[in-house]
Design a protein around this ligand. Structure first.
Ligand code: ZN
Length: 220
């Protein structure tokens, strides 16, 4: 089934699916766990529309390509065209917040990093960006202090708060808009907290964005 953007209350969302702009190493504890230096400016990459799938009740991981890691992230749905945007236009241009998985073929990525090559094949493959529905901005308590967590088979793996981001949500979207024009329907992934790890077929995941979203998912 092809993906369409949805809001949690089932409200209509007529924004087309666009690109997904992501940031690496936006939580210091996560950069450290992979022995990566914290970059001085946000390190950006893009996933194409073919990476996006809806998180309904299953996430499909690639087979035969080595380890596939979960990276739980707060996702942001863009509703306005943003180029060199001010913080004010960023605030007005975000229509919703949700959760997404930045699925990563870690063994493939490690080999690419060693050679200094781009990461796309490790990060941008089909289905590499499962997204939940979005919570409309007006219902979100405070985007700068959201708790997110991922449990795998009942064990807490990732826990973070958006206040721990090195570049906060609004500054991050503003910076992205100086590099790539963001269009209505584009999605921003805001980086992952520490605790990333491998997924296996048969895993059961619980994804939580307090107090807005809780999703139970099987890994296939
Ligand atoms: Zn990520």
């Amino acid at each position: 089934m092809s993906y369409i953007h949805r809001f949690i209350d089932g409200g209509p969302c007529d924004l087309p699916l666009g690109k997904v702009v992501c940031v690496g190493r936006n939580y210091a504890a996560h950069a450290k766990e992979l022995n990566n230096p914290v970059p001085s400016t946000p390190m950006l990459f893009i996933k194409p529309t073919t990476a996006v799938v809806a998180i309904d009740d299953a996430v499909v991981i690639p087979k035969g390509k080595g380890t596939c890691h979960h990276e739980l992230e707060v996702s942001v749905l863009i509703g306005e065209k943003l180029t060199n945007a001010t913080l004010e236009s960023v605030r007005e241009g975000i229509v919703g917040y949700g959760l997404g998985l930045d699925l990563t073929l870690r063994d493939v990525q490690d080999r690419l990093k060693e050679k200094g090559h781009p990461w796309e094949v490790a990060k941008a493959f089909d289905g590499s960006c499962p997204l939940t529905e979005f919570v409309p901005t007006g219902q979100v308590t405070d985007p700068l202090t959201l708790d997110l967590q991922l449990e795998r088979n009942g064990v807490l793996q990732q826990k973070g708060n958006t206040s721990d981001m090195i570049t906060g949500v609004f500054d991050l979207v503003a910076f992205m808009s100086t590099q790539f024009t963001l269009l209505p329907g584009d999605v921003v992934m805001t980086g992952t907290p520490a605790g990333v790890g491998p997924l296996e077929s048969g895993d059961e995941l619980t994804l939580t964005l307090e107090p807005h979203l809780k999703r139970y998912i099987s890994v296939v």
